[in-house]
Design a protein around this ligand. Structure first.
Ligand SMILES: [Zn+2]
Length: 816
């Protein structure tokens, strides 16, 4: 599963939540669920009641005792009505309460004695009461989107979300990741809808009553939480990997772009098959996009579901396919998660760390090491953002299983795999994961199985690594000091560990004399250590942790000259990134300015953007940098760099750039258009508005909102107030830029103090949606507070439509 931890982290900081509040204080041990009976096969037949948002189902479940003889079976069945439980037509006694169905089998079965029972039931997702997936929303398992077709903007859809234990909201099962079952499902739907489920679409049967029944089948076994159904009006765009169907289910409007969004999937399947040494093992691969999805994406076996953000248009895709790493993540789950499944949520990281690291591996393979390391940098920032340092990677104590879906299981886990790969070597790492996958195929795994596989392949003892990184928490925090002795021609590098527990790890230290470094591998396992290196001429730079693999925070004592050398000769993305950051803080020194100017031409576009961001163009010595920037604005091969350069040039408020901005408005890139619109408006509001009218239309308005919303707020454009009201939250809460926040807050006041019904409705809806979506982070409370303030303003107002507005706000409050 994938969701945007970054956004949530930012949100937590807005809500002033701190690590302590989110810290897990649970003292209940969370082990693997005991296996009394095991699922063998699951056959389902389902139909829907759209009006009641219910599913009527029949289930034929085949099971067998795990080891001990048993005459009873316990199933999860959440919020259901159970109509009948039988075996070969003979009624079985059962007891159904508190979402658990206990069946008396009427006889004792021995190990491996298979038996099949039949259950007729009604699934009522709205009756389910449990905490939701990815800590977002209530987990109903089965979701009806606009089933009454009331919302003209929204297509009618049905989709399911099984992780963590919500498949039992729509069929009775043993809802635990350590169960595996093969699957058949008959789905009856109105003819106009397509369906998607796991495995192969074997048959479609017209019922001659306006409905059709689709029969899907997956012979291989997988865990119940990976079951999926998706239903709606979709275009199915066909692709292939070898002889396997690869299908993209998108809303019809996105059919022309489906391959631009998902089209790298077959190449990813090739890459992951070859990287792991285990070929993609499932009979097909499909991806579907859902409205109002409760997470980012989900790795349902052969039937991945993506949130609607996946659907992008050419003006966005030319900037970047912001969903590509999610596509990679869910695909890699088909090896780590679907093929070998975490045996319990405590061990979730054996799913999520690999899916997370799969992103790195793909980016490295496709776009090179700089791009991959830039991605890793973001992941580490997500982990460091707070609340994570006291959590073990493998955690047997947690409050809610949903809490396991955090930046430790994902981000830190991926980083740890990167360290393991570096420590063992790429070939050993690959052979090790092949061993792990092969040993546990169609079964379950925990961190120990990963360790044993790696030990088997490499002949190394890895307890130290796993004890430190998997079964413990935190990371090294190093203090580094240098002492150069020019008479003895020695530099002493002292390294001390400032965190509580001492870590052990390999570390590389580079000593630069001239442009070429000498690299010294060392091993750290003490609180304080010192290493001496000989030199002939005093080194321009000593670079500790030069391979940038370790998960570490370093308090370094490098000089500006050191950072200049590091930028010019450093061997990694991190070397250059860190140098640009530091030089940005020292622009009173000329060498910092000239080096930053060079960084504007960095081979990696992300660092060109960073350099643009850091250069202080108000300085009198910025002429050279500005010249560079003009060039980047016009002709950088990456549109995101062009946009960043335009944004920076806009600060100069120099009219000579008007032709450049006007030209930029013709760009195919929305990022460039956004930047140009903002720049023109900042320079001359009247001119900006004239241009705006020529460029903006109903269709592209939402893609240009970064520029438009602040403009509409500043000119108080009444016609656009509903559009503004709909888009205030992002600028108020999901940015740390104070100026942006202030403009959006001004917009909020403008809307709240108006009598515009549509704008009031949009504002209320957006806060209600946010409150519900991020409920577990306290957003509902905040939304309630805000709406109560709005209510107060409306009540005190003198508008003739006051009563109508008050009702809108009160209705919103009632939903929270
Ligand atoms: Zn995932």
């Amino acid at each position: 599963m994938n969701f945007k931890i970054g956004i949530i982290v930012l949100f937590m900081s807005v809500l002033h939540l701190n690590a302590q509040e989110l810290q897990d204080l649970s003292t209940t041990y969370r082990g693997e669920r005991e296996k009394e009976n095991n699922l063998v096969h699951t056959k389902l037949s389902v139909a829907f009641n759209f009006e009641k948002r219910q599913l009527s189902g029949e289930a034929w479940l085949t099971l067998a005792p795990h080891f001990y003889p048993t005459s009873s079976l316990t199933l999860d069945a959440k919020g259901m009505l159970i109509h009948e439980v039988t075996q070969n037509g003979r009624a079985l006694k059962y007891d159904y309460k508190d979402d658990v169905l206990k069946v008396n089998l009427g006889k004792t079965y021995l190990k491996d004695d298979q038996y099949t029972i039949y259950i007729k039931y009604t699934a009522r997702p709205d009756e389910v009461k449990q905490e939701g997936s990815a800590a977002i929303n209530d987990a109903k398992g089965l979701y009806f989107i606009d089933p009454d077709q009331k919302d003209a903007e929204k297509p009618t859809q049905i989709w399911t979300q099984g992780e963590t234990e919500s498949s039992s909201c729509w069929f009775p099962t043993i809802d635990s990741p350590n169960q595996k079952t093969s699957q058949e499902i008959y789905i009856k739907v109105p003819e106009k809808y397509v369906t998607l489920s796991n495995g192969i679409l074997v048959e479609q049967k017209n019922n001659n009553d306006g409905t059709r029944t689709d029969y899907w089948k997956l012979d291989q076994k997988h865990a119940p939480y990976l079951f999926f159904m998706g239903i709606g009006e979709y275009s199915i765009v066909k692709d292939k990997w070898k002889n396997i169907d690869v299908d993209y289910y998108v809303e019809p409007a996105f059919e022309p772009y489906a391959k631009d969004i998902f089209g790298l999937t077959p190449e990813m399947m090739d890459f992951y098959s070859s990287y792991t040494g285990v070929d993609y093992m499932w009979p097909k691969y499909a991806q579907m996009v859902a409205r109002d999805y409760v997470s980012g994406a989900m790795e349902n076996t052969t039937a991945v579901l993506h949130a609607e953000n996946a659907q992008q248009v050419p003006g966005q895709l030319i900037d970047e396919n912001s969903w590509e790493y999610v596509i990679a993540h869910e695909l890699f789950h088909h090896w780590f998660g679907d093929y070998v499944t975490a045996e319990s949520w405590s061990n979730l990281t054996v799913n999520e760390s690999f899916a997370n690291y799969g992103e790195y591996l793909w980016i490295e393979h496709k776009y090179g090491k700089d791009a991959a390391d830039a991605h890793r940098h973001e992941e580490i920032q997500g982990y460091l953002a707070g609340g994570n340092e006291l959590k073990d990677l493998v955690r047997f104590y947690y409050e809610s299983r949903e809490d396991m879906f955090d930046a430790v299981s994902y981000n830190k886990g991926g980083t740890i795999l990167h360290m393991l790969r570096s420590y063992l070597g790429d070939q050993a790492f690959r052979t090790g994961i092949k061993q792990y996958l092969t040993d546990n195929a169609y079964g379950t795994g925990e961190a120990h199985q990963l360790r044993l596989a790696m030990e088997k392949v490499t002949g190394k003892d890895l307890n130290w690594f796993f004890n430190q990184w998997y079964f413990n928490n935190g990371h090294p925090k190093l203090e580094v000091k240098y002492d150069y002795n020019d008479s003895s021609k020695l530099v002493a590098v002292s390294i001390s560990q400032n965190q509580e527990e001492v870590f052990q790890f390999p570390l590389t230290i580079q000593v630069y004399e001239g442009g070429k470094p000498k690299t010294y591998p060392v091993w750290i396992d003490e609180k304080s250590e010192s290493f001496s290196f000989k030199y002939t001429k005093r080194p321009e730079l000593v670079n500790v942790d030069s391979d940038r693999v370790l998960l570490v925070e370093i308090n370094d004592s490098k000089t500006t000259e050191n950072y200049v050398h590091q930028y010019l000769y450093g061997t990694t993305y991190e070397d250059r990134r860190e140098a640009i950051e530091n030089l940005g803080d020292h622009q009173s020194e000329k060498i910092a300015v000239t080096t930053l100017s060079k960084a504007l031409n960095d081979p990696y576009y992300g660092l060109r953007i960073l350099a643009i961001d850091k250069v202080d163009i108000s300085r009198s010595d910025a002429a050279e940098a500005i010249k560079h920037m003009e060039k980047l604005a016009k002709e950088d091969p990456k549109t995101l760099v062009q946009a960043a350069a335009i944004e920076k040039l806009a600060i100069t408020k120099n009219e000579k750039y008007i032709p450049l901005y006007n030209e930029a408005l013709k760009s195919k890139s929305y990022a460039v258009q956004n930047a140009a619109l903002s720049a023109l408006f900042a320079l001359d509001p009247q001119l900006g508005l004239t241009n705006l009218e020529s460029v903006v239309n109903e269709k592209n308005r939402k893609y240009l909102k970064d520029a438009l919303i602040p403009i509409y707020i500043q000119i108080k454009n009444e016609d656009q107030m509903p559009f503004v009201a709909d888009n205030l939250i992002a600028g108020m809460f999901f940015t740390d830029d104070k100026q942006t926040q202030n403009i959006y807050k001004e917009g909020f006041q403008w809307v709240v103090n108006s009598s515009n019904i549509e704008a009031t409705q949009n504002l209320v809806d957006s806060f209600v949606d946010m409150g519900i979506k991020y409920k577990d982070y306290g957003a509902d409370q905040m939304a309630r507070q805000v709406l109560n303030q709005v209510l107060g303003v409306k009540q005190a107002s003198q508008y003739s439509n006051k009563a109508e507005m008050i009702k809108i706000v009160e209705d919103g409050l009632a939903k929270l």
